[in-house]
Each structure stands twice: as C-alpha cells, then as structure tokens.
Design a protein. Structure first.
Length: 399
C-alpha cells in the first residue's frame, strides 16, 4: 500500500469537459445547433449525441478529445505547482449499449493523457463522472434527466463494471494513477444515504479486489464530511472523502458580498479539518474562483441565472447590488474585469488554498474553459488572480 494521504498534500486541477462534455466548459459545441423548438435543443452529451447521430458525434468528439487538452497544458500545470490531475470520464467509455446515443473511443485519449502525466510528473485520479440512468440528473452526469441510476440493478452492475475497467487502467498505469473516484455527486435527494452507502461498499470491494494501492475517493453527496463520521465503514483503507465547495448555486450564498464569501471559507474550515483528522482524509474535489452564476450555461444549457433573476423559480435578482447585470466584472470577458475585482478573486482563491491545503488536498475546477474566466485555472494564473504556487508553511507566501 502506498504512503498515507497524510504524508503530502494533493494540489490538483480537474481535466473536466474533455471525456464528458459540459455546455459551460465548451459552449461552442452546443451553440452549433439551429433548432427552433427549445425542448429539442441538446443540453448534455446524451442529447448532443442524439441530435448529431453516431458518425457526426464521433467526428466532432474525436477532434475535441484530440485537441482540447494537450501535453503543453500539463507541462504548464506542473510548472505552476500542480502535482495531481483529476480526469472525469462517463461510464459509456467503458460499456455502451446499442440503444444509447453516446459514442465511445475515449480510452486511447485517456491513455495518452496518462502517458503525458507520467512524462511531466503528475499523479492522476480517475473519476467516474457519469453513471447509467444518471446518478444526479445534472448535465455533468452526461444526461440531464430525472435520475434513475439506483432504481435498476442493471444500472448498478454496469456502474461496477465501469469501475472494474477503470481499475484495470489504474493497475496498468500504477506509477501514474493514484486514485479512483467511485462516482461523482450521487444525489442524496433522490436516494437514501443507506442505498448510496451500500453501493459505495460494493464499489470499494470491486476496487480492493484488484488493488490495495490506489486511494478510493467517495463523494459526500453534499451532506458534508462531518455528517459521515458515523457512516464510514471502519474497514475501509486508503479512502478519501471528496467534497465540492461552491458559493454560487444557492439562493442565499449568491446574495453575499465579497467579505462574506471569504469569511464563509474561513468559518467552514474548522469542521472540515476536524473530519480530516480522522482515519479518512478530505479532498476538496471541486471549487473555483466564481461567486456568481452569470457564466454562460453554468446552470445548464438554456437556463437563466440567479444573479439577474432569470432562473426558473427565482422571481427577482439575487446579486448583492442594486444593479444586477452580468456585465463588467461579471461578464465572460476578463479584459473588462476591474482591478478591484481581480484583487478580490486573488484573495478568494488564496483563502480557499490556505484552508484546503490543511486537508488531504484539493482539485480546482477546471483546467481551462472557452469563456468562463473564474473557472479557468490556466487563465487565472496567466492573469494573476490565481497564484502559481503557495507555500502555506511559510506564512502564505504566494508567487
């Protein structure tokens, strides 16, 4: 078994939107459609594939897989102090049925990415990001639909099969792949925690039946790490709890001012660090610099936003100002960002780094985007609101 998670800190970045496309990461893939009926617009990879058909989907996605992430990106990340990457992958890369519109063929590109990671010295977490039937109903599962995942034993078996094949890759690249995420963001609003926990135990046993070396990552289902104290299996070894921290997908948090956003990070640190002191460490598997939801398609393709009050079930603007518009500091054009806003972004990111660095580690979401500046790690470093490297043992010295 490898060295405990407590021996070093994961400082990672997600390679999201590559092997499971998301509208907000690469909106141009979804903006190509000229469909007058809104209900027929593609909103996720499932409907994107259904709209294009297998041949055109494969042509477009093979070009996307080949070009959206490059070795140069990994070299830059490593030079900025990143030591891990998290690679989200949908189940259909591993098993696909004839009645599903998805295409496969991702794995050669995944393996190329693993080779690059080896060459530049990055460790890898493989993340099962989408399950059959959808584990949460979000576009990040591949299918924005009422989730059906745990309602079918066949879905569970296919999920376990995908994890088995993912673990085979981990064993083959055992000097590169150090972690496997059992499943991203399963919905506790749809299924009881006991049912999700039963799946976690099954999945853990599948992975441990093949290797003891990789860290097994389990998502907290947005319950919060401390709520899991009485739930975790005492027999689990080398397990990390994955929590995702965002402050813009909530009708209250989006009303907070800059100071309140930073204070919330500080306030939550004690509970997370206390859980991290148990035998299971905590990894913040997703976070960003964003505190607004103006980003194009961030709430899903064809939806509005809380900031301006255009999202369904939001009847008035919720931004913390009198004039709520997605312009200037809150636009997709970072050249319009004010000095004050860029200073806030830097403070907000550094506050998160300082807390999450006291845990098992973190993964920023995402390595890059087409038009979402606060979600783009490489752009943030280039523009100065994300530090290249922070030494938190030396009084938060950021470079």
């Amino acid at each position: 078994m490898r060295t405990s998670w407590a021996a070093y800190t994961i400082r990672g970045v997600n390679i999201g939107g590559v092997f499971l496309i998301e509208p907000f990461i690469r909106p141009s893939l979804f903006d190509q459609f000229n469909i007058s009926t809104t209900s027929e617009l593609p909103v996720d990879e499932w409907t994107f594939s259904a709209a294009l058909g297998k041949n055109e989907t494969r042509r477009q996605l093979e070009e996307h897989w080949d070009t959206f992430v490059t070795k140069k990106h990994l070299e830059l990340l490593a030079s900025y102090g990143i030591n891990w990457i998290r690679i989200p992958i949908g189940y259909w890369a591993f098993n696909l049925t004839d009645d599903e519109p998805f295409v496969n063929g991702q794995l050669p590109y995944v393996e190329r990415l693993l080779d690059w990671a080896r060459e530049v010295g990055l460790k890898v977490e493989l993340d099962l990001h989408g399950a059959p039937g959808s584990q949460n109903g979000y576009d990040n599962s591949g299918h924005r639909v009422t989730p059906e995942w745990l309602y079918s034993r066949a879905n569970v078996d296919r999920t376990l099969d995908a994890l088995k094949k993912m673990t085979e890759i981990a064993v083959k690249w055992d000097d590169v792949v150090y972690g496997i995420q059992i499943l991203n963001e399963p919905s506790r609003w749809k299924w009881p925690i006991s049912d999700i926990l039963e799946f976690y135990n099954e999945a853990y046993n599948v992975i441990r039946g093949m290797t003891d070396d990789v860290y097994v990552m389990i998502h907290d289902t947005f319950l919060g790490p401390n709520e899991w104290r009485s739930l975790v299996n005492p027999n689990w070894k080398n397990v990390l709890m994955d929590t995702h921290i965002y402050q813009m997908f909530d009708n209250y948090m989006i009303t907070m001012n800059d100071t309140a956003h930073i204070d919330m990070i500080t306030d939550m640190s004690k509970d997370i660090v206390n859980f991290n002191s148990t035998n299971i460490g905590v990894v913040v598997g997703e976070f960003s610099a964003a505190t607004h939801d103006c980003t194009k398609y961030i709430n899903g393709f064809g939806t509005g936003n809380r900031w301006e009050g255009t999202l369904n079930h939001v009847d008035h603007p919720l931004c913390p100002f009198d004039n709520c518009t997605c312009t200037g500091d809150y636009s997709s054009n970072y050249t319009q960002f004010s000095t004050h806003y860029k200073r806030f972004l830097k403070s907000y990111v550094e506050a998160q780094f300082s807390v999450y660095d006291g845990l098992a580690g973190w993964f920023y979401w995402n390595f890059k985007t087409e038009s979402a500046p606060e979600w783009d790690y490489l752009l943030g470093v280039e523009q100065g609101w994300i530090p290249k490297y922070c030494n938190f043992q030396l009084a938060l010295i950021c470079y």
